[in-house]
Design a protein. Structure first.
Length: 332
């Protein structure tokens, strides 16, 4: 039987950026050829940090639209909204009884978010329980994620073990899979492209003019003040991004021109903008088409939940039975 894959994306922004796309989404979509994939827009997770309720539905729809535009094929993979399968929450509660509080408190993701947002809500602490439930409820074996999520996969494996030891063999231990290929640097000259750093990212939805503008403001090799100054492509984020979009021969010519002080940063950025805009064009055309027919996206999400919810219900029934929650008052 094909391996089952689960992954979740948070609807925390209106569109995913090219860093998410190249670093994670492409790898996730490649798996749909050989595995049975379930991909979820995890809205229950997104509400653990401050957010605007009125904007959440639009964001859920928009992220789902991005996935479809990027090539998620609803005939091969299920795409669903987490809160359409509320069994995830029930399983998180059930798993929670087997997990010591200290395990959740010591997670770096919890400490970071707490420090950054000043948030101390119970939901944030229990975030990994819900993530474990997302994965275990489908008995998924493979979980494509970003590197920062590996501690969550580790704790999911521990939770599976703890549960199996306490209540009997139930869950396989899932493997995390990091797509090593791509870390896309931000345009701000700092680290990886990030949606929490404005000006560092290019969204999949950015129109050509915005792409040009963002690139024109991007930080390059600090040694190049003037066009004549020789540069070092290895120090330049823009050059790294060229690697994802621009043909090898052009990259080499740009590198040579940069080192010799013959090609200016603006020209180099213009070439990148042209390549990027051309590369994103088909995706953006599909995105525009889907945005014009949001009901198509809603149908995909509804069908996704309809398909996977019975799987979740079977697992929850199994877990309930193992834990002695047998529905004494139920007649059937
Ligand atoms: N925590 C993940 C992130 O922020 C999102 C997520 C939620 C997830 N549940 C999941 C990822 C289950 C993989 C599997 O990126």
């Amino acid at each position: 039987m094909a391996q089952r894959v689960f992954s979740g994306v948070q609807p925390t922004a209106d569109s995913i950026h090219i860093g998410n796309y190249l670093g994670a989404v492409k790898g996730m979509l490649r798996l749909q050829e050989e595995c049975e994939c379930i991909y979820s827009v995890v809205d229950y997770h997104a509400i653990t940090v401050p957010y605007e309720p009125a904007r959440l539905p639009g964001r859920v729809l928009s992220v789902a639209t991005d996935y479809l535009a990027a090539g998620l094929d609803p005939n091969k993979s299920a795409l669903m909204v987490q809160s359409d399968v509320p069994e995830h929450v029930e399983l998180a509660w059930l798993l929670g009884v087997a997990v010591p509080v200290a395990k959740l408190r010591q997670l770096p993701t919890y400490k970071d978010k707490r420090a950054r947002t000043g948030n101390t809500n119970v939901g944030l602490l229990c975030y990994p329980l819900l993530m474990a439930a997302d994965i275990l409820i489908y008995k998924a074996e493979l979980v494509p994620v970003g590197r920062d999520q590996l501690p969550h996969i580790e704790i999911t494996r521990e939770i599976a073990r703890l549960f199996n030891n306490t209540f009997g063999e139930t869950f396989p231990e899932p493997q995390g899979r990091v797509n090593a290929a791509a870390v896309v640097p931000g345009l701000d000259g700092g680290g990886a492209m990030s949606k929490s750093v404005p000006g560092s990212f290019i969204a999949l939805s950015d129109p050509p003019e915005e792409i040009r503008q963002k690139l024109s403001r991007a930080v390059t090799d600090p040694a190049r003040q003037r066009r004549r100054d020789p540069g070092e492509p290895a120090r330049c984020n823009i050059y790294t991004i060229h690697g994802f979009y621009t043909p090898e021969a052009t990259c080499q010519a740009l590198a040579q021109g940069c080192r010799a002080g013959e090609i200016g940063c603006l020209e180099c950025k213009r070439t990148l903008a042209d390549e990027m805009i051309a590369d994103l064009a088909p995706l953006q055309a599909r995105r525009a088409e889907l945005l014009a027919h949001p009901d198509t996206v809603r149908d995909v999400l509804r069908e996704g939940a309809r398909r996977v919810r019975p799987l979740a219900q079977v697992t929850v029934a199994e877990v309930r039975a193992k834990m002695g929650l047998v529905g004494v008052a139920r007649t059937t």
